[in-house]
Design a protein around this ligand. Sequence first.
Ligand SMILES: [Zn+2]
Length: 334
Amino acid sequence: MAENPISPTIPLDQDGVFHGFLRLPYSRDDSAWGSVMIPLTVIQNGPGKTALLTGANHGDEYEGPVALQELAFLTKAEEVRGRLIILPYFNAPAFRAGTRTSPIDRGNLNRAFPGRPDGTVTEKIADYVQRSLLPLADVAVDFHSGGKTLDFVPFAAAHLLEDAATQEACFAAMTAFNAPYSVQLSEIDSVGMYDTAVEQMGKVLVTTELGGGGTSTARSNAIAKKGLRNVLIHFGILEGELQVEPSVPLTMPGEDCYLFSEGDGLFEIMIDLGEAVEAGDLVARIWPADRTGVAPQELRAKRGGLLISRHFPGLIKSGDCVAVIGVPGLPAES
Ligand SMILES: [Zn+2]
C-alpha cells in the first residue's frame, strides 16, 4: 500500500512534552504547496501504556476538544507513566468549519476507516491513524456529542464485541470513565467507524455522547475532564484516585428505541432528556410550517425507557432522528 503523505512535526517516541502538528500536504487554489495542520501533543515519560485521545472526530462536538486542550496544556511529563498522544481536533478541517463533516471533501471521519493513503483529505487522516497511531496505542478515548442536530444525556459507551477479552476491557474502561450514564451499544451502522477500527485491532475503546446542540456546557465539560482523568488512572498512565459517582446503566436493545420523522415542520418535544416514558407516550409533535388549523404529526414511544437523545433544532425534516429511548438496567443474560 502507498505511503501516507502525513508527517508529524514532533517525535512520537521521545520522553518529554511536545506540541506540534500532523502535517498533511493539501495543494489548493489559495495555497499551492499548502498543508492541513492537525494539532498534536505527545507527552511521554518512560515505559508504560499509550493512550490515543481524540476530540472533534465530528467537527461540531466540543467536550472532547475542551478536555484535551486542557490536558495537553497542563500535563507535565513527570506526571505521566507511558505516553499520551493527544489530537483535540481529529477532523481538523471540520472542526475549523464548525461542521460535522469536512468542508474539503464532505468526509465523515467516523465512516472513513480504515481510510486510504491516496484518497481524500479525510481518508488520508483515517489511514494515518489506522496504520501509524493506533498500532502504538493500548487504549483509545474518542469523544462525541450530538453536534448541532442532536442532544444527549451524558454517557460513556462500550460495544458488544465478538472477542470476549476486548469487550471486558472496554466495559471496564467505560466503567472507569464513570459518566452519569453508561451505555452498552450495538451499532446499527458500524462499517467505517473509528470504533470498529480500534476494536478490530484488539485495543480498548471508550466512546462518549456527552451533550450536543453544537456547543458544550460547564457540566458536560466537567464530565469529559473527570472521565478522561479516570480512564488514564485506570490504565496507570496518570496517578491519583478514581472519582466515582453513581452511573445509570442503559442498553439500546433494538430498532424500537429509535424514532424518525416522516415529515417536515416545526418541532415540539413533549418530554425532556432523562425523563421516563412508557410505550405509547407522546414524545414529540411536528406542526406544519406553512399553515394553521391542521393537526400535528404525533410521534409516540414504541417502548418504555428513558429519553436519552433528541433532535435539537426547532425545525425538523423527514428522516431526521427525533428521539432515542434507552432502557435502564443491565441486559438479561442470554
Ligand atoms: Zn460524533
